[in-house]
Write a protein that binds this ligand. Sequence first.
Ligand SMILES: NC(=O)c1ccc[n+]([C@@H]2O[C@H](COP(=O)([O-])OP(=O)(O)OC[C@H]3O[C@@H](n4cnc5c(N)ncnc54)[C@H](OP(=O)(O)O)[C@@H]3O)[C@@H](O)[C@H]2O)c1
Length: 393
Amino acid sequence: MKKIVVLGSTGSIGTQSLDVIRREPEKLSLLALAAAGSRPGLMAEQIREFRPSVVCVYHEDKLPDVKNALRSLGMDPGEVSFLTGMEGLKTLAALPEADLVVTSLVGMIGILPTIAAIEAGKDIALANKETLACAGRKIMGLAAEKGIRILPVDSEHGAIFQCMEGVRREDVTRIWLTASGGPFRGYTKEQIEAVTLAQALKHPNWSMGAKITIDSASLMNKGIEMIEAKWLYGVQPEQVCPIVHPQSIVHSMIELKDGSVLAQLGPVDMRLPIEVMLMYPERGRALMEPLDFAKVGPLSFEPIDEEVFPSIRMARWSMQKDGLFPACFNAANELANEAFRQGKIGFTDIFRLTEKALEKLDAENISRKDYEIQEIIEMPERVRRYLGFDDTN
Ligand SMILES: NC(=O)c1ccc[n+]([C@@H]2O[C@H](COP(=O)([O-])OP(=O)(O)OC[C@H]3O[C@@H](n4cnc5c(N)ncnc54)[C@H](OP(=O)(O)O)[C@@H]3O)[C@@H](O)[C@H]2O)c1
């Protein structure tokens, strides 16, 4: 029985992870769960169903809501041990009985709990892509030192992971990272200037949390994934090739030096890539209808228009600059993504603000490759300064 901690249990990946655990009761069990506390009713339902020994409600002021929701479900909150804040997340991540930690928090808040889990020797099922995008060098170094596995939950990186099995790293020439293209595929520069939040929230293929849905529309998500791919698979920035594949059936591909291409295909359902990593190295049962190729229809591929989506160019440049640049790229996007969702800026301001933050960092002439984790943690503050953001905007 694999004992699992889910950080971010109430989100899109978190609820689907719990669904996978629910459907593999002989193999997987939920040891602990954490969330911010903004969905107390859902958290209470999860606690009642899975009876985790420890729960972290990040925002302490939300703890009474979760306890009240539990009471209204007929459960005594005294049966559960509750923690709060970052210390709570780190404690959960390092629970001695845990075998695997699913990091499905959204944003840079995921970095420190992931480090705590690795330091405690836990394997990571990594959904929180901001962690590797910002601190890939440190995280991969620490994971190697501790001998733990980073199992990527993202469908693209999960696909590459599966293609890589049995392949020598030095034989890999390129990684083809597929992208649906999002709701604005085929838009011109003029058209994308005018898009609204409601349009950006309508992803053609996937149902996901709000932040990643906007990142998918801006292709900032693909940029973040390019940086992750570099760290996960030890390739150079120019070996990571994003490509639009609107059907999202081919989850990604690798090219080998003899010209062979290996791909992983599957239904458009995140529970499958989650299940692959939660069950690894075993294979679990089929949770959904497998693909029927007689019905799939044509599969197509097209290049990304980097004039319309400068996210790709900025991600590549940040990877090449290395050091603090990817964290700056990610932190600026995180800030701009939130401002866009709050209606404070337009869609293409996400690109402009990210570019501006990268230029400001570049002007400081910081060219070292290594950094301290504290510098990464402080990056959002630095970016706010670069962009002239204060609490009123
Ligand atoms: N959704 C996908 O299909 C998908 C695919 C690949 C990768 N990812 C990545 O997976 C991560 C999660 O994405 P998502 O779509 O599942 O996001 P989401 O639906 O917004 O869920 C985020 C989860 O994190 C929790 N959370 C946020 N801040 C927290 C904090 N300070 N302390 C504790 N918990 C906190 C939320 O709790 P509350 O509910 O209480 O707010 C929620 O449980 C992101 O990094 C995303 O890029 C997502």
